[in-house]
Design a protein around this ligand. Structure first.
Ligand code: GLU
Length: 178
């Protein structure tokens, strides 16, 4: 388990998130990623390596927007690579989530979601969370907070989550178990 951070306020989110991730570097990690909600969509920048190096390569701190989430990953499911790095998008692109920890029942959730037509792009246990949120709950008309509350009922394990949605500007949800 490594670190997650979120920011919403009057300042640009990305530089604050990058600084926060730097402060938590002592925890050890293999990759870094940030999502920021812009005018028309949520942008994600992520990659393997140290915060400074990935930030220099991708100019993460120049991303523009006032709501964002950031993550350092210590891989448990899937090798450390750019695709497996967080944040992860839902298939619709509507929401983005970061996750530390382990979802113990991810295999059964993943099989169920595959039969419903969800595409998985990574090898992480994390992706089941975004599909669970979007498919089962948001699509049925729940708002983001209710969708998160309903989703965590289905998750087993110790985890911390951060979620933002393009359709709910100014809202950032964090939750944890264990
Ligand atoms: N289980 C997740 C993964 O492998 C999160 C790992 C972490 O805590 O950073 O991507």
């Amino acid at each position: 388990m490594c670190s997650i951070i979120g920011y919403y306020g009057e300042n640009s989110a990305a530089p604050i998130i990058v600084k926060g991730l730097q402060r938590m570097e002592y925890r050890g990690y293999d990759s870094v990623g940030v999502a920021v909600k812009g005018e028309s969509d949520i942008s994600v920048k992520k990659g393997v390596g140290k915060v400074n190096a990935v930030n220099q390569d991708l100019s993460i701190d120049k991303m523009s927007g006032f709501t964002g989430i950031g993550h350092t990953r210590w891989a448990t499911h899937g090798v450390p690579n750019d695709v497996n790095s967080h944040p992860h998008y839902s298939n619709s692109g509507e929401l983005v989530s970061i996750h530390n920890g382990i979802i113990e029942n991810y295999e059964s959730l993943r099989e169920k979601q595959k039969t419903k037509g969800h595409r998985f792009t990574s090898d992480t246990d994390t992706e089941v969370i975004v599909h669970q949120l979007y498919d089962y709950h948001l699509e049925q008309g729940e708002d983001l907070l209710s969708a998160v509350k309903l989703t965590i009922v289905d998750l087993r394990g110790a985890y911390a989550l951060g979620v933002i949605s393009h359709n709910e500007p100014g809202r950032l949800i964090a939750t944890r178990s264990g």
